[in-house]
Design a protein around this ligand. Structure first.
Ligand code: DC
Length: 234
C-alpha cells in the first residue's frame, strides 16, 4: 500500500488546522507535505522588505517583476523536526509567519500573475504524486485530478482561539480582536477574489473539525486516504 501514489489536496479557511492535519497525514503515509500558503507568504515577505506594499496598497507591477528573483524551496530540518521554507537559500520560516505577513498576504495572493507562477511550481512538486498539499485552490485549480480532496472548516470562534494561542505561543504580541479581524478579512478576500477563489471542489469531502481532537481528525483522514489508495490499486 505504501507504494501506491495519490495526491491528497486539503483546502479550507485559514486557521482551520489544515497544515497540522496535512503534516501528520503525510508523515503516516510516508508522503511529502507541501504548504502552498508558505509560497504566497514568501512573495508577501519580499514585497514588504522592498516596500512594494505601503498602507495596504501593493505595487502590482513591482511585485510581478520581483517574482523573477524569488526562488522558493522547502527542507525538512531534523533538529527542529520542521518543514522549513527557504527564500533564495535563506531560512525564512519564522518571518513568513509574522502577523505583518499574515495581514498583507491575501491581496498578494489575489494577483493573477503571482498565482500563475505559484501554481506552476506547485504542479512541479506534485509530478511524482505521493504528496499532501494544503491551500485554498489545490483541489479546484492546482490538482483537479487529485484522488482525495478534503475541504476543512471549523467555527470562527474556534479558529480565532487556535490562531491566537499559536501566535502567543510564538511570543508575538497580539490581541484577540486583531486575530479575529485578520481571520475575517482573509476569509472575505480568499472567497471573493476573482482569481481562484476559495471554494469546495464538487468532489471534496468536508471535514468540520470544530469538535475533533488532533488524533480523531487524523484517524478520520487516514481512513479516507487508505480507502482511496486501495481503490487506486486496481
Ligand atoms: O494557509 P496560509 O494561511 O498560510 O495562506 C496564506 C494566504 O495565502 C491565505 O490568506 C490565502 C493564500 N493562499 C492562496 O490563495 N492559495 C493557496 N493555495 C494557499 C494560500
Amino acid at each position: 500500500m505504501q507504494n501506491k501514489k495519490i495526491i491528497i489536496a486539503i483546502d479550507g479557511f485559514s486557521s482551520c488546522g489544515k497544515s497540522t492535519l496535512a503534516k501528520s497525514l503525510a508523515c503516516e503515509l510516508g508522503y511529502a507535505y507541501i504548504d502552498s500558503g508558505a509560497m504566497y507568504r514568501v512573495v508577501t515577505l519580499v514585497a514588504l522588505q522592498n516596500n512594494w506594499i505601503s498602507n495596504g496598497i501593493s505595487d502590482k507591477e513591482k511585485i510581478i517583476k520581483g517574482l523573477e528573483n524569488i526562488s522558493i524551496s522547502f527542507k525538512f530540518i531534523r533538529e527542529t523536526e520542521k518543514n522549513t521554507t527557504f527564500l533564495n537559500g535563506k531560512n525564512v520560516e519564522e518571518q513568513i509567519r509574522m502577523l505583518d505577513v499574515s495581514n498583507n498576504v491575501s491581496p498578494i495572493s489575489a494577483i493573477k500573475e503571482v498565482r500563475q507562477e505559484m501554481v506552476k511550481f506547485q504542479r512541479q512538486m506534485g509530478e511524482e504524486k505521493r504528496i499532501v498539499m494544503d491551500g485554498r485552490d489545490i483541489g479546484t485549480v492546482v490538482f483537479p485530478q487529485a484522488e482525495l480532496k478534503i475541504f476543512m472548516t471549523a467555527s470562527p470562534e474556534i479558529r480565532a482561539q487556535r490562531r491566537f494561542d499559536e501566535l502567543i505561543g510564538k511570543g508575538q504580541k497580539v490581541s484577540m480582536e486583531e486575530v479575529i479581524k485578520n481571520i475575517n478579512e482573509r476569509d472575505f478576500i480568499d472567497q471573493n477574489r476573482k482569481e481562484s477563489p476559495l471554494r469546495k471542489a464538487d468532489d471534496a469531502i468536508v471535514l468540520d473539525n470544530s469538535n475533533y481532537t488532533l488524533e480523531g481528525q487524523l484517524e478520520w483522514a487516514l481512513q479516507k486516504a487508505r480507502e482511496v489508495i486501495e481503490a487506486n490499486e486496481n
